[in-house]
Design a binder for this molecule. Structure first.
Ligand code: CMP
Length: 224
């Protein structure tokens, strides 16, 4: 079994034999960069586990503007809301990089939920974490300024996707500047201004689809 998979909430609670059985009821899909896995508003009967790559979850407002709810990576799940609370998909899932995902159908999931309370508990824990993060982001939209939110977003991305670099933490986020702005919930201009200011202070270095964090401490202070 893949390492990322064993860490996914669905699998982490299971012993090896059960994990293999669950894996066998899932279908693997390769999603090249830009592939839409599902659209907001569609009826959904599958949830997904990311094995490799990144998936963005985007939401369109009634006037056509886009916002990003989250960018997820290996081991994370998405598409579970429409299973637990049947209804239309609340966001569009798009592959931000070439990605590998496993799909689990509603009918395959239910016996696991009924027969293995640890699977249900692990999924509840993942949902609770997501709600916590969303509440945090909501408070930041009300109480923090754009540079504060940019600093916070960079730190969150570093937590998820950061790798060691001799000068700091390298974050390959794979987003365009427009997408980064959609994630922060601000205009591209104000987000760029914040990035330019952090660069000028020597806290970060910005490159195409990646950022090098040179001073995590200063960013953390700015994010508070
Ligand atoms: P579903 O509504 O089936 O399809 C869209 C998915 O996006 C949803 O399930 C969740 O898995 C995911 N999603 C929705 N809102 C958020 C959020 N605030 N943070 C992270 N993921 C989310």
């Amino acid at each position: 079994m893949d390492d990322a998979l064993m860490q996914a909430p669905l699998f982490s609670a299971l012993d090896a034999e059960a994990a293999v059985a669950l894996r066998a009821s899932m279908v693997e899909t390769l999603a090249p960069r830009g592939t839409i896995i599902f659209n907001e508003g569609e009826i959904g009967d599958h949830m997904y586990v990311i094995v490799g790559g990144k998936i963005k979850l985007g939401h369109a407002s009634s006037d056509g503007r886009e916002s990003l709810l989250a960018v997820l990576g290996p081991g994370e799940i998405f598409g579970e809301l429409s299973l637990f609370d049947p209804g239309p998909r609340t966001a569009t899932a798009t592959a931000l990089t070439d990605a590998r995902v496993l799909a689990l159908g509603n009918t395959s999931l239910h016996p696991w939920l009924a027969g293995r309370p640890e699977v249900a508990e692990a999924l509840l824990a993942a949902l609770a974490r997501r709600l916590r993060r969303t509440n945090d982001a909501l408070a930041d939209l009300v109480f923090s300024d754009v540079p504060g939110r940019v600093a916070k977003a960079l730190l969150e991305l570093a937590d998820k996707f950061g790798t060691w670099h001799e000068e700091g933490t390298l974050v390959k986020h794979d987003m365009t500047q427009e997408e980064l702005a959609q994630l922060v919930g601000a205009s591209r201009e104000t987000v760029n201004k914040a990035l330019a200011d952090f660069t000028q202070r020597g806290w970060i270095r910005v490159d195409q689809r990646e950022v090098l964090l040179l001073s995590v401490d200063r960013l953390a202070r700015r994010a508070r």
